[in-house]
Design a protein around this ligand. Structure first.
Ligand SMILES: [Cu+2]
Length: 236
């Protein structure tokens, strides 16, 4: 097949335009101060059997011990007005494994599917407890090996809590945002929001115990860097 040379030129120009019109926002979340010790989860006998070696703990401040803070939800709070955003076809997944939700903190786009899985051989009861009007509360038992429970939310909510009504220590927090430009910090505190269109934005970092911090970020041709710092609140 003979290719039309002018089409090839158009394709090359489009590729170049894309390359200069989006970039990543990268950064690191750090925690100052020493967080309180995490507590062992009060597992019942059946869940305890799934953790013969060591008992899981609360996940209030997960750090790498060198200042990096995990489980911070970072997202573009504003600056996207007028940009076309599509809803991804694939679902995000929230699993229940070993009587814990995994991941503990995650994100999903508004109207995107969130599939909650039960990987355990025991009954869970998924209880979504949104606080934002219009996002629907729901409470459903989920037998072992049963179908995923699928949720979607119309409104932004930072962060929407899931709990389990069988196991009162089980919680997950899902950031629901109107666009795909969000991330959750890794154990070393680093994060990357990929492929952000060029522009000026307010970036917010939200940590459940640390609170929230915002800063301006400008995305141009190269990657932008935004670091955030939280401080452990003083003991009362
Ligand atoms: Cu459960």
């Amino acid at each position: 097949m003979k290719l039309n040379p002018s089409l090839l030129v158009v394709a090359a120009v489009l590729t170049t335009l894309q390359a200069v019109s989006a970039a990543d926002i990268v950064g690191k979340i750090t925690l100052k101060g020493t967080p309180p010790a995490e507590k062992e989860l009060p597992l019942d006998a059946n869940c305890g059997k799934l953790h013969p070696a060591s008992k899981p703990t609360t996940r209030f401040y997960i750090t790498d011990g060198k200042g990096g803070l995990a489980d911070t939800f970072i997202y573009l709070k504003d600056g996207l007005t007028g940009k076309t955003i599509e809803v991804p076809a694939e679902a995000k997944v929230l699993d229940q494994k070993g009587c814990e939700y995994s991941p503990y903190v995650s994100g999903v786009q508004t109207k995107q599917k969130l599939a909650v899985k039960n990987s355990d051989e025991l009954l869970h009861n998924v209880h979504a407890t949104p606080a934002v009007a219009g996002n629907k509360e729901s409470n459903q038992a989920q037998l072992p090996k049963s179908k995923d429970l699928v949720y979607s939310y119309d409104n932004q909510e930072i962060l929407l809590r899931f709990k389990c009504d069988v196991h009162p220590w089980m919680f997950a927090y899902v950031g629901v945002v109107d666009h795909p430009y969000y991330a959750v910090s890794a154990k070393d505190g680093t994060f990357k929001i990929a492929n952000v269109p060029a522009g000026e934005y307010t970036l917010e970092a939200f940590h459940r115990k640390g609170g929230k911090v915002t800063q301006k970020v400008t995305v141009g041709a190269g990657n932008a860097t935004s670091d955030f710092s939280f401080t452990v609140p003083a003991a009362p």
